[in-house]
Design a protein around this ligand. Structure first.
Ligand code: GUN
Ligand code: FE
Length: 433
């Protein structure tokens, strides 16, 4: 396949501003060029430096008023909840019972699962998300449908079948035995196939018996490189319920810890109400948190304490948590993340936001050698963002000269309209216009 050089402003994250300082946390080429060959990034730099070395057959694509970034990484989302996003009036436990569980029951039908997988992945790409950690339903066919669709677009995706053997409608429960067996079959079918990875996915502590949580730990021990994906300390009533269900454990996180579910590729959504001991335990086990601001606001769950996670050096990614989250857009998710920080008297600098949506997410998923970066050698999953997405943005950008200001405007006013093109493995898989 041919070599293509993309010329535009280019921004890449180099690390967490909390560790490196703001100025060292990114690289930016105002008139930049990124060369892509065979699905990988071959070179990155100022156009003036790259151009003289281009081989003669290279195609150049020039974008005006645009910013190239790595593809966004959504570290927590539920594809079966696409059709019930924006459901009115409840907090977590009633929301699950009244809206979520009825919607998930439809995924017993493979045709429904296929249809929603298409809609969901299309929505991710429209919003510039190229990698996500995704919940299915309890039905293995939900995960077959999702992975088949992801594979068609050659996307790096992580997903798993929900394990849930109690406190849910009968039609949505498995058993420790069937959950183990169905998960294992999916692992054998999909894990490591192309760019796909499997996540062992107990829904959350209240819907799994101790026996089932033990089988989740067993699966993680029996296979290399699996993820563990669940929810943690999202809502006060949920936390009280976990204490009642697991009186012998010292807290919510300890329920998972007791069953050996913490570790390098373990991702816990929310973690809104964590004590310092729990933070310390997450950090020392190299577990990650998915920060889901639109969901936490929408369900009235609480305000995630990002500075606390930073102090403990916990890996944090950003999650939309659709359908409790209210947008597929990582830009809109950052807009709300900023406000969550404001309500707690802290700031979220646009470079930190950019890190969270790209390299920070990749690190939370242990994929930073592959995605979330424009480092030469990495996989060419990237976006073209449009500074003229709307008349208002265009006008606002005329007053915004510095990169951090432009970035902040993109994150505050931007949504799917700001995503001009999305690429995976060097191939354009979405174009807005
Ligand atoms: N906790 C358990 N299940 C869910 C879910 O589907 N969404 C959210 N936001 N929290 C959960
Ligand atoms: Fe969730």
């Amino acid at each position: 396949s041919g070599t293509i050089a993309y010329r535009a402003s280019i921004l890449d994250s180099l690390g967490d501003p909390a560790e490196l300082g703001l100025e060292n946390s990114y690289r930016y080429f105002e008139d930049g060029m990124m060369v892509v060959q065979d699905g990988r990034i071959l070179a990155l730099g100022e156009a003036a430096e790259i151009m003289p070395g281009l081989s003669s057959g290279t195609t150049i694509r020039h974008y005006e008023d645009a910013l190239i970034t790595p593809g966004f990484i959504d570290t927590h989302i539920h594809y079966p909840q696409t059709g019930m996003i924006a459901s009115y009036g409840e907090q977590l436990l009633d929301w699950l019972e009244n809206y979520t569980f009825p919607a998930e029951q439809k995924f017993a039908d493979p045709a429904h699962a296929e249809q929603v997988s298409e809609i969901f992945i299309n929505e991710l790409l429209r919003n510039g998300t190229t990698t996500a950690l995704v919940f299915g339903t309890v039905h293995p066919q939900s995960v077959d449908a999702f992975f088949s669709t992801a594979e068609k677009h050659n996307l790096r995706m992580i997903a798993g079948k929900v394990m849930m053997d109690r406190n849910a409608p009968k039609a949505l429960t498995d058993t420790p035995e069937s959950g183990y067996r169905d998960s294992k079959a999916l692992i054998e079918r999909w894990h490591g196939k192309g760019r796909l990875h499997y996540a062992v996915t107990p829904r959350f502590a209240p819907t799994s018996s101790p026996e089932q949580l033990a089988t989740a730990g067993q699966l993680l021990r029996e296979h290399e490189g699996l993820y563990m994906h669940t929810h943690l300390s999202e809502n006060r009533n949920e936390i009280e319920w976990v204490k009642e269900l697991f009186p012998e454990q010292s807290g919510y996180l300890d329920v998972y810890d007791h069953h050996n579910l913490l570790g390098k590729r373990s991702v816990f959504a929310h973690g809104v109400h964590l004590c310092d001991e729990e933070c310390q335990r997450l950090a020392e086990t190299d577990s990650a948190i998915a920060f889901c601001p639109t969901s936490n606001l929408f369900l009235g769950s609480g305000l995630f304490n990002l500075p606390q996670a930073e102090q403990h050096k916990i890996k944090v990614g950003l999650g939309t948590d659709v359908g409790a989250g209210t947008s597929f857009s990582m830009l809109q998710t950052l807009n709300e993340a900023y406000k969550v920080m404001q309500l707690q008297g802290s700031k979220l600098h646009p470079f930190k936001s950019f890190y969270l949506a790209t390299l920070g997410g990749a690190r939370a998923l242990e994929l930073d050698q592959q995605v979330g970066t424009l480092e030469p050698g990495s996989e060419a999953d990237f976006l073209v963002l449009d500074y003229n997405a709307t008349p208002l943005m265009s006008y606002r950008m005329q007053q915004a000269k510095s990169l951090d200001e432009r970035l902040f405007v993109l994150m505050t006013l931007g949504d799917d309209r700001a995503v001009k093109e999305t690429f995976a493995m060097g191939r354009k898989i979405y174009s807005r216009d």
